[in-house]
Design a protein around this ligand. Sequence first.
Ligand code: NAD
Ligand code: ZN
Length: 347
Amino acid sequence: MRALRLPAWKSEPELVEVPDPEPGPGQVVIKVGGAGACHSDLHLMRDFTGGLPWAPPFTLGHENAGWVHAVGDGVTGLEPGTAVAVYGPWGCGVCERCRLGVETYCENPAGAPVPAGGGGLGLDGGMAEFMLVPDARFLVPLPDGLDPVAAAPLTDAALTPYHAVRRSWAKLPPGSTAVVIGAGGLGHLAVQILKATTAARVIVVDTREQARESALRHGADHAVAPGERAAGEIREATGGRGADVIIDCVGAQETLALAGAVARMLGDLTIVGIAGGALPVTFGSPPYEVSVQSTYWGTRPELSEVLDLAARGLIRAEVTTFPLDQAVEAYHRLENGELTGRAVIVP
Ligand code: NAD
Ligand code: ZN
């Protein structure tokens, strides 16, 4: 089969011929129906040189959905042809965190299929005709009304902001304001998740006009361009109080500075983007009792919740599809800021 492989750190991915995967005991091979192109893959191609517990080469694609193709010995309840989403972060399955479905924060990484990774992050992902899923528990059958192309981006671009928003639900009652910085793949879904699951007013910030317009189409109440006036504009829109919750889907120096400047006392500032910025924390800055945290992906139960929101039409990934032989082009367009929503590779 053909697969889009990352051959080494700081390299361009290559479309190459590789053997079809075969499922071992407890494993499942899916026929890939869609694989999302995440900005994190650009960080893998451009920024990382090591420092992770895994390394290339591997097949890219960590946002995947498709159909059960072949099951290994001992796998029950997954008939070939069943449409499934792949839960991406693969933990050991038996530590305290994994037993609760929080496989992102597995405490026994040596017992996982790959330490602190998954398919497309250390092991082979979904930018190929078939994908080996090392344990049937990582597959969630798709609810009626959701196909693999629509579902693929939900497994990360929706699951990640869903996890971030969900942990801040208590701070988002009617009358509150949430700010989403970066309205791309994750951000346009963060807006919809906030609208579907809270009563907060939603303000987005993005450098690109087309991303701001996309966010407004997807339900944002207000869109702001970054720059000198952005913080004032956001404070004004909140009656001077500031934002109760900020989800920073960029994580650069300037976005964290903006987030710190517009946070409301007692609010949450959640860093989702991995652009490498830092936020100095000192007495009274950011404002008193603002909780600052980073979050990584989401939990297995949360993926089912995200799929339910989508099946009921409450959230929807805006998708541009590309065939596998144009996957490199899709990443270039993502890098150049030429896409809205998410690019999904359809092998
Ligand atoms: P994307 O490229 O689709 O979207 C990023 C958006 O941010 C774009 O619309 C861009 O115009 C905007 N932007 C860039 N710089 C900006 C700035 N200074 N101010 C305002 N807007 C700015 O990327 P994505 O796939 O949505 O990923 C977003 C980030 O989240 C990436 O850093 C990615 O690696 C990271 N990520 C983190 C997790 C996690 O678990 N924490 C999961 C997936 C992705
Ligand atoms: Zn574990």
